[in-house]
Design a protein around this ligand. Structure first.
Ligand SMILES: Cc1cc2nc3c(=O)[nH]c(=O)nc-3n(C[C@H](O)[C@H](O)[C@H](O)COP(=O)(O)OP(=O)(O)OC[C@H]3O[C@@H](n4cnc5c(N)ncnc54)[C@H](O)[C@@H]3O)c2cc1C
Length: 412
């Protein structure tokens, strides 16, 4: 059986490593960038306790390797930029394990090394389509070092090629992007804070939010967000250091020491900040007609508010890896059946994660009251949802919570 995975990112590497163990399966993972290019993957990641739990259960050696390169994520603090504390949550209150804080480049490096034999780098996909005169299979063409390559009769094509998935857009059509009206900017900067910044922390001035945490070896992942009209680009004038500074200085004019450090760090890197608009897109795990599986951002683009993008990509890959491995061991070699099982196992859980990420974005929207919104997150209802997100990687409680949430759902 021939399995082709497009994209050696978070989900692609975990799945490629997992499926490479299937005796008799041909597993090929085609990655667009060159082997050394992960060094350029800027910024940092916080991986939720649910991602840690899922990877530990699925692939303990890989989880151990990631842990060795991470700092533990143990707490979530929120205050105003003038230093007024609002929220101080120990993750032990809502999770049964800690999360990870890791530079993105290190995360990619360890995942790609673990899946190395299956990955071919520097591939430009030129054609992906259903096979002629064949039901359900696909064929794929690509350029590798200028040489044309082709694989026919692909039994299972897995798209793990990220948010703007070429495979999903080609096979199943482009999902509509839904902007939420928040600009986000991020940087990875050397830690000169002298201990002011460590675990996951946020500082608000109105709906404008700073977020930072320390990652190994000695860096701070720093982000800032502010509201913008949902369907408009981020104004260039707001990307300048003076404009950024003005958004976070509180009415008293006096910033707390950590907020001051964060703001100075972001403003001094204003020219190198990575800018994006928060948006999400609808969920799709499988094409209805062809044996094509979507995982990670290719399946679900979600807002980054709870750090669930890479975290859910881990959950996706581990669930898909487990299901396919079990089916293989039982000699059930029907990819359409695998797709149905994976979609069934993941859809409600991911809807829930998408919905909760949107719900948690309330404090960052135009006109938001971050004090009331943050204090609401300490109420039992929100904490119960966080617990379902962080602990229930199998999905049952998440499904119940999702159905409860779905009444006022923002997610289609
Ligand atoms: C700046 C930033 C910070 C983030 N912070 C967090 C965080 O703190 N926590 C969190 O959980 N999530 C975070 N996310 C989201 C997270 O990075 C993504 O959700 C996650 O990487 C998705 O994993 P994936 O496997 O779906 O795709 P990716 O990890 O994006 O991997 C896609 C892979 O496919 C390759 N590819 C793309 N197109 C093609 C093609 N046509 N052919 C071949 N290969 C292709 C890419 O090069 C890449 O290697 C952040 C995102 C950004 C941009």
């Amino acid at each position: 059986m021939r399995i082709v995975i497009i994209g050696a990112g978070v989900a692609g590497c975990i799945l490629a490593r997992s499926l490479s163990r299937l005796r008799g399966a041909e597993v090929v993972c085609l990655e667009r960038v060159k082997a050394s290019e992960y060094f350029d993957c800027g910024t940092g990641l916080n991986i939720g306790p649910n991602g840690v739990k899922a990877l530990r259960a699925h692939d303990p050696d890989l989880a151990e390797a990631v842990s060795a390169l991470s700092f533990p994520w143990r707490s979530w603090k929120v205050s105003l930029t003038d230093g007024t504390p609002l929220f101080d949550l120990a993750l032990t209150q809502v999770a049964d394990t800690e999360g990870w804080r890791i530079p993105w480049s290190e995360f990619y490096r360890v995942l790609r090394e673990a899946a190395a034999p299956a990955i071919t780098y520097g591939c430009t996909i030129t054609h992906v389509a259903p096979c002629e005169r064949d039901t359900e299979r696909t064929c794929i063409e690509w350029l590798e070092d200028g040489v044309e390559k082709r694989l026919d009769g692909v039994d299972l094509l897995v798209a793990t090629d990220g948010r703007y998935s070429q495979v999903r857009w080609t096979i199943s059509g482009a999902p509509a992007m839904r902007p939420v009206g928040v600009a986000i900017s991020r940087a990875l900067v050397p830690d000169t804070s002298g201990g002011l910044i460590d675990d996951y922390e946020q500082w608000f001035n109105g709906p404008n939010r700073l977020l930072g945490f320390r990652v190994p070896p000695a860096h701070i992942y720093a982000t800032c967000t502010f509201p913008i009209p949902p369907h408009e680009p981020i104004p260039e004038a707001l990307k300048r250091a003076e404009a950024i500074r003005a958004m976070y200085v509180p009415p008293s004019g006096k910033l707390s020491a950590p907020a001051q450090w964060m703001l100075d760090a972001l403003c001094s890197h204003a020219a190198d900040l990575h800018w994006a608009r928060m948006q999400w897109h609808c969920l799709r795990y499988a094409d209805p007609d062809w044996n094509v599986l979507y995982l990670g951002d290719a399946a679900h683009g979600m807002v980054p508010t709870l750090g669930q993008g890479a975290t859910q990509a881990i959950e996706d890959a581990t669930v898909a890896g487990d299901i396919i491995t079990q089916e293989w061991a039982s000699e059930r070699r029907n990819p359409r059946h695998w797709l149905r099982q994976i979609s069934h196992a993941r859809s409600d859980r991911v809807h829930f994660a998408m919905q909760l990420s949107l719900e948690a974005t309330d404090t960052m929207l135009e006109g938001a009251d971050p004090v009331a919104g943050t204090l609401r997150k300490l109420k039992p209802g929100f904490l119960a949802k966080l617990r379902a997100l962080y602990c229930d990687v199998t999905g049952k409680a998440a499904r119940e919570d999702f159905h409860e949430l779905a009444a006022g759902s923002l997610v289609a």
